[in-house]
Design a protein around this ligand. Sequence first.
Ligand code: NAG
Length: 256
Amino acid sequence: MTRSCGPSSPALALVLLAVLLGGVARAAEIVGGREAQPHSRPYMASLQLLPGRHFCGGTLIHPRFVLTAAHCLSNLNPLRVRVVLGAHSLQTSEPTKQRFRISRLFENSYDPKEKLNDVLLLQLDRPATLNAQVAVAQLPQQNQLLPHGTQCLAMGWGRLGTFEPLPQVLQELNVTVVTFLCRPQNVCTFVPRRSAGICFGDSGGPLICDGVIQGVDSFVIRGCATRQYPDFFARVSLYVDWIRSVLSNAGGEDGP
Ligand SMILES: *[C@@H]1O[C@H](CO)[C@@H](O)[C@H](O)[C@H]1NC(C)=O
């Protein structure tokens, strides 16, 4: 593991993580969704603890970088975390899977109390091999607008309900961007007329709108798919300049 000694610029804080588990309510899994067509979302990452236990999602945005939620690793030792790409079923062995360790973390003013800036970049220990099952997601423009009513896709291996288990295979769900009860720093989504949404274990995963990652699953209010509150995502378009600066500063630093 490449041990970074400090941030390479004031904006790029290296996060030192505590080893204790628990405390943070992890954002959820998909409720009321459907099985994704296998490997149709090739940017989708599963973050797992050593024995293969999924705990959060993530998105491959560069062969060496996965974007996830800051709260996903706030209580974990990153040395215990594995990043799995190319997965559909978490339980079965799939030849498409690629597994990585984390060599560095980059955080951007994460505020756990206010749940602001809930984004984290994971630098992988080596570049992913890009193919039909493993590919990078497209970033939005910095500050790109995302109008109310935009149709998007949420996805993940999160729970099938607040008290339900994790699913075997990747789930996805059509959702609509809404502004009620939301904040400018978030993208919020809602599924009208039925109980559906993200749930525990979906945290860190992508919200994809018109083929672009616009959100990182952050939190739900009072349980999953309550039909009352929207689901909250970190607004990725606010962080594109920061992401690009991390990628260019890290590029070439320790070879391919
Ligand atoms: C989900 O959204 C896609 C793209 O907008 C659409 O083609 C599809 O029919 C929708 N599926 C469901 C189940 O609503």
